[in-house]
Each structure stands twice: as C-alpha cells, then as structure tokens.
Design a protein around this ligand. Structure first.
Ligand SMILES: Nc1ncnc2c1ncn2[C@@H]1O[C@H](COP(=O)(O)OP(=O)(O)O)[C@@H](O)[C@H]1O
Ligand SMILES: [Mg+2]
Length: 295
C-alpha cells in the first residue's frame, strides 16, 4: 500500500463534501461566506508521519479542548471560532451531524501567516535539541549546562516555518522578521506571550504547568486573528508534578519509544499500533481533557 492510500483510509468521509485541504490530523472544507469547517480526525502523527491506526475519541478531545480555551481566554480575542454546534452545520455536513459532533469548528477563513508561533517556558523538545547542537534557541545564546526541561529565565518566542510538507523548521527572530515584517512579527510575539501567560495561570489552577505551545495566526480585515487549534495536547506540553518528577499529561513519548524499537525508517507508511497501546493513548487524551477542563 502506498502512503497516499494509507492516508486516505484514515480519513473521515463526509458524503457530498470534498476537503479543500487535508492536513496530518485535520480536514479543512470551504463553506459559504468566507468560512471554513475544520474537522479533527482520530489520526495520530509521530515523527511527522500519520500512523495508520486511529485513536478513538482523539479528534473530539482536540476540538473540545481548543474550543474551551477559545471561549475562556480573554487574550485569545480576536480568534476564528464561530461555532461548534451541529445546528450550525450547513448542507451537506448537517447530514453527517453525528459523525461530526464535537469534531468540528466553523471558523472565519483568514489569510494564514505561515509561521508557527512557539512559546517556551522550559527548554525541551526541539528547543533543547537546538540548544545542544548550537548553544542557541531561535538564535539566542543561552548559558551552558542547561538540562532537558530546564526552566527558562523568561518566556521565549521561538518561531518555526509552517511547511505543508510536514517538517517545520525552527528559525531565528530575524528570519521571522524577514518573512512577515517587523510589525507583524512583534504583534505575533506579543499576542503569543499574552495568551501563553493567561493560559499558564489557568493551567496552574488545574495543577498543570504549561511548558510550551504553538499558535497560528491569520490576517483578516486588518486584524491579526488567532486560528487553528490552541493549547491542545497535540500543540502543547502540559506537565504534571508526580512526586518529584514532571510528567507530560499527554505523553506521546510513550508511542515514540515504542516506534523506536521497530525496524521502521520513519517514512510513510508508518506501522500499526498494538490494540493495548491504542487504548492507552486514547485514555491519555481523555484524561488530559479532564485534567485541563475539568470535564
Ligand atoms: N482560520 C483559518 N484560516 C486559514 N487557515 C486555517 C485556519 N485555521 C486553521 N487553518 C489551517 O488549516 C490547517 C489545519 O489542518 P492541520 O491538520 O493542522 O494541518 P497541518 O498538517 O498542515 O498542520 C492548517 O494548515 C492550518 O494552518
Ligand atoms: Mg497543524
């Protein structure tokens, strides 16, 4: 089987509708009046490859968690979310209401800024990798000897390019300015920090630390609009104190560790996950939602 047919087999089929764009995890449909319908599938990606195995309930968790934050955070305004109500689905989507329930967002279509606005409170993941290789993160030199997960003295804005082929690349502030202009870059950074700070304060009340996250923005009518999913277990690290250890509420590392034991070259198509792993990951997503939103 080719990567294409694997990808196709993991899609949600909505009779009468064709996605305008299929991302790794979500399908985007164009609606009337400059709106988009974003549908979250149960796809799981690892090492930038969509695995053939779906995680039951994952799409609903991502959608509900994003919608929760869009509605809760003052600093999220202005954002793209219009509705998550099945009553607001137009034809032909309304005929697939049960399939779509809790998986979709009707949003305002924007001119996307092709930059991933990453904010970090701690040094881990690709930021830590960059630091180990160069001593710098987003072009900024950090003191030597920092460990994986070290708290950063201040929040860092570490942008990455949005690459439709999947492999996002970390860039420096100067490169971001070159791409989007000084004013937009500064606005993106200020918005990203404000949302991160407000979300961190809320997360702390739930016993969770927001470690890092990724935002996307788009231009619409002269405004910079917060788009895409926000503060979901896929776009963020939320750490929980467990004894004197910090553990990610949604630990995909567990899946990655398993995949590392296989003779797989990390190219499409990926391997199936065993049923007990699917169940465990599915449970982790649901637990992450309960932990963050309380429901
Ligand atoms: N309001 C919006 N306006 C324009 N584009 C959007 C909006 N919200 C989300 N998007 C884009 O829709 C796509 C969502 O699908 P996703 O599965 O995240 O794709 P990808 O694999 O490219 O990240 C992304 O390309 C995202 O940038
Ligand atoms: Mg995306």
């Amino acid at each position: 089987m080719t990567g294409m047919s694997d990808r196709a087999s993991a899609r949600l089929v909505i009779p009468g509708a064709t996605p305008h764009y299929s991302g790794k995890v979500r399908d985007v449909y164009e609606l009337e009046a400059d709106r988009l319908l974003i549908v979250a599938t149960d796809n799981l990606s690892a090492f930038d490859v969509v695995l053939p195995t779906r995680i039951p309930g994952k799409g609903q968790v991502l959608t509900r968690v994003s919608a929760f934050w869009f509605r809760r955070l003052r600093s999220a305004e202005p954002h793209h979310l219009i509705s998550t109500r099945v009553e607001d689905l137009p034809e032909p989507f309304s005929r697939s209401a049960e399939l779509l329930r809790d998986r979709f967002m009707v949003v305002r279509r924007t001119q996307r800024v092709d930059l991933e606005c990453v904010v970090r409170a701690r040094l881990t993941g690709s930021g830590y990798k960059d630091y180990l290789a160069t001593g710098r993160v987003a072009g900024i030199a950090l003191p030597p000897g920092l460990e994986d997960g070290a708290k950063l003295p201040d929040l860092m804005f570490t942008p990455a390019t949005k690459n439709d082929r999947g492999h996002d690349e970390n860039i420096t502030w100067e490169q971001a300015v070159e791409m989007v202009g000084q004013d937009t870059a500064e606005a993106l950074r200020a918005r990203s920090f404000a949302i991160f700070r407000e979300a961190s304060i809320y997360a702390a009340t739930r016993g969770v630390e927001l470690v890092d996250t990724k935002f996307e923005f788009g231009h619409l009518g002269g405004e910079l609009i917060l788009i895409d999913e926000i503060l979901s277990p896929d776009s963020s690290r939320f750490w929980l104190k467990q004894g004197d250890q910090l553990r990610n509420v949604m630990d995909k590392q567990y899946v990655r560790d398993y995949l590392e034991t296989l003779p797989w070259d990390k190219r499409d198509p990926g391997p199936e996950l065993p049923p007990e792993m699917v169940e465990r990951v599915s449970r982790m997503y649901r637990d992450a939602e309960r932990r963050l939103t309380g429901s």
